[in-house]
Design a protein around this ligand. Sequence first.
Ligand SMILES: *[C@@H]1O[C@H](CO)[C@@H](O)[C@H](O)[C@H]1NC(C)=O
Ligand SMILES: *[C@@H]1O[C@H](CO)[C@@H](O)[C@H](O)[C@H]1NC(C)=O
Ligand SMILES: *[C@@H]1O[C@H](CO)[C@@H](O)[C@H](O)[C@H]1NC(C)=O
Ligand SMILES: *[C@@H]1O[C@H](CO)[C@@H](O)[C@H](O)[C@H]1NC(C)=O
Ligand SMILES: *[C@@H]1O[C@H](CO)[C@@H](O)[C@H](O)[C@H]1NC(C)=O
Length: 331
Amino acid sequence: MAPSRFSAPANAAVAFSLLAQTARAGLYPGLSTANHTCALVEPVLSCSAGATPDKVDSCCVETYGGLLLQTQFWNTYTGLEAEGQLLPQNSWTIHGLWPDFCNGSYTQYCDLSRQYDPEPSPNTTTGTPAGEPVPPYTGNSIEEFITPFGKYDLLAYMKKFWIGLNQQDWFLWAHEFSKHATCFSTFDVECYGPQYRKNEDLVDFLETTISYFKTLPTWRWLACKGIHPSNQTAYSLSDIQGALTEKYGFLPYVGCSGPKYNTTAAGAGSLDNGGTVLSEMWYYMHVAGRPQDGRAVRVPADINGGRVSNCAKAPGAVWYYERTAGSEWTE
Ligand SMILES: *[C@@H]1O[C@H](CO)[C@@H](O)[C@H](O)[C@H]1NC(C)=O
Ligand SMILES: *[C@@H]1O[C@H](CO)[C@@H](O)[C@H](O)[C@H]1NC(C)=O
Ligand SMILES: *[C@@H]1O[C@H](CO)[C@@H](O)[C@H](O)[C@H]1NC(C)=O
Ligand SMILES: *[C@@H]1O[C@H](CO)[C@@H](O)[C@H](O)[C@H]1NC(C)=O
Ligand SMILES: *[C@@H]1O[C@H](CO)[C@@H](O)[C@H](O)[C@H]1NC(C)=O
């Protein structure tokens, strides 16, 4: 059993034995590098009955982490402004693209031969002492993996929209790749054929993540409904959810950090202990064929009965703060 995003791991020992078999071997040991011509394959929908590795090519249909989440941050500063690490105006920033299991639980760091995360979190594959340790990466910036592909434009976009908080941007990129991308069947190294070029999968993942992010303009969707960052007026979770449900078609997961509502002056005496600072958005989808090909089918965040927000529900309890002066790009 793997961890759910919303509850503690139920059976760490089983999760460990599963991961111990796969962590250094790709998701499907023995997978050939030949014959992954996805144009020849029906783009079966992930999480449908046909999306299993015995029925389809796991390189052409997502058979491992079929519930995709494009996740975004709203941060008001980076902590590295002095080094020129700033936030984009009128836009949320990229967190990642996650492959949850179809039932909403998930696993992580599935291939330790592709471990580039300098600050693994959790620091074992299961998040428990029983898991396999995830050794911190100590090499050079993964920017050096991208430039040999000549994708300076990709790198420039990432430096504008995929921004670390209190850490260099590339730490976040490497974390997202090694923790999450290695748990997609469709980004497995074998899928790239016998002439796989080192880090082709990483560049492909970064690009794919951006392709989804560009279809999900949270800032604009909220602004259309009059929900703008403000340090004067707080909003109601229901209004944020209503705006996004209208634009996305389904309810995304709305994440809040900050003080719990009932520890603030406004919420004193209430039983509402939701977060009061809007900080994350997770858009859920299934995908037909490879995630790289963009055939997403949007689904609601509670498709598995999971919770749809950890924010305070009281009217006017959620702050969507303005960025700190000097933390945004100006151009
Ligand atoms: C969810 O699915 C995964 C992958 O199929 C499985 O390993 C795990 O045990 C399931 N978890 C639950 C709670 O059913
Ligand atoms: C690849 O496909 C060809 C043509 O269908 C087939 O002859 C060959 O056995 C396949 N090879 C592998 C490793 O699956
Ligand atoms: C993981 O982190 C915990 C808490 O900081 C620490 O006690 C443990 O030794 C670490 N484990 C590994 C494998 O690094
Ligand atoms: C806040 O709400 C939680 C859950 O309803 C409750 O358990 C807790 O006692 C409350 N805390 C305060 C300080 O009121
Ligand atoms: C708005 O408030 C947030 C949270 O306190 C703070 O980080 C930010 O700097 C403020 N922005 C402005 C423009 O005052």
